[in-house]
Design a protein around this ligand. Structure first.
Ligand code: NAD
Ligand code: LMR
Length: 329
């Protein structure tokens, strides 16, 4: 080991994603093979016992990089000293629940968590929100952490990015590693826009390589955008291992950087780029260097893409309006 342990706080630790995620963090895949980690697990009181069971299994893994595990049911304690925070636990939509009810219920989770991050997280805190509605939950947490630089709050669209990459590779009969510069724009919801017009496949423009607008509009975009619902339909539960894998990818890339000649997709606070209203946590193409992300600038957006981006961003604006009315941001 070459450095002091990094404190990683994971909420919803006893849930499905938590179960797939924690072992990969402990094995060094979140931050790299030289970085020891201390896990700080947050759960609601009723699920603390289950989190203790997961912690026993983590101990049984004898992971050389795992420097300790603490379990909490109090956000203030769980986020104290956190360098990385993975906000996975959220209130799922249940039968008869309107979108406003869902946002309000999640406000009850992400407002106090934002306050706790503000009060006690480490100076270099990086936050990834996975729990849905992820973009707006991240906005709620950020709005309640006024002392933390806004760029430290992100939400996950890497799963959508990975899904889009896999679908495109399948269509063209190439390896996923041949696909570069995929972009997800907007919200992690069915309105998201997976954009292949700037993507490259083995060095060629992906849209030109596909050359099939019908496939793009009727197959690719809906398949990626509705993949979460299709997994729920097939598995009877929300995606878990692939979501955990994408969370690992998101943080690993943020910390260790994007490859030369490539970018990734992250939902980050908008600075107004590409006409996305400032402050919305919206997905963009980003590069990462030295632990910082930057929105890729100067991409040409045609009319088709403009309409799709605007539709998803409009949904984010509506969500922001709804949580404003609830006094959450
Ligand atoms: P799950 O129901 O299996 O687990 C959620 C866990 O969160 C539970 O153990 C619950 O006790 C805990 N929790 C609830 N409130 C909490 C709080 N206030 N503090 C700490 N923990 C709390 O759900 P899951 O399958 O692990 O999914 C978690 C979330 O991730 C869901 O909102 C899901 O929709 C979302 N998700 C997002 C993506 C994405 O790409 N952004 C992908 C898949 C799933
Ligand atoms: C996914 O994209 O798999 C999830 O966000 C779906 C969900 O609603 O949990």
């Amino acid at each position: 080991m070459t450095q002091a342990p990094v404190n990683v706080t994971v909420t919803g630790a006893a849930g499905q994603i938590g179960y797939a995620l924690l072992f990969r963090i402990a094995s060094g895949q979140l931050l790299g093979a030289d970085t020891p980690v201390k896990l700080r697990l947050l759960e609601i009181p009723q699920a603390v016992k289950a989190a203790e069971g997961t912690a026993m299994e983590l101990e049984d893994g004898a992971f050389p990089l795992l420097a300790g595990i603490d379990i909490f049911d109090d956000p203030k304690q769980a986020f104290a000293g956190a360098n990385v925070a993975l906000l996975v636990g959220a209130r799922p939509r249940t039968k008869g629940m309107e979108r406003g009810d869902l946002l309000e219920a999640n406000g009850g989770i992400f407002k106090p968590q934002g306050e706790a991050i503000n009060a006690g997280a480490a100076e270099d805190i990086k936050v990834l929100v996975v729990g849905n509605p992820a973009n707006t939950n991240s906005l709620i947490a950020r709005s309640n952490a006024p002392d933390v630089p806004i760029e430290r709050f992100t939400a996950m669209t890497r799963l959508d990015h990975n899904r889009a990459t896999a679908q495109l590779a399948k269509k063209l009969g190439v390896s996923v590693s041949d696909v570069k510069k995929m972009t997800i724009w907007g919200n992690h919801s069915a309105t998201q826009y997976p954009d292949i017009f700037h993507a490259e496949v083995a060095g060629k423009n992906a849209a030109e390589a596909v050359n099939d607008q019908k496939w793009l509009e009727e197959d690719f975009i809906p398949t990626v955008a509705k993949r979460g619902a299709a997994i729920i339909e097939a598995r009877g539960a929300s995606s878990a291992a692939s979501a955990a894998s994408a969370a690992i990818d998101h943080v690993y890339t943020w910390v260790n950087g994007t490859a030369e000649g490539d970018w990734t997709s992250m939902a980050v606070p908008s600075d107004g780029s590409y006409g996305v209203p400032e402050g919305l946590i919206s997905s963009f193409p980003v590069t990462c260097r030295g632990g910082k992300w930057e929105i890729v600038q100067g991409l040409e957006i045609d009319e088709f893409s403009r309409g799709k981006i605007d539709a998803s961003v409009a949904e984010l604006s509506e969500e922001r309006e709804a949580v404003r009315k609830l006094g959450l941001v």
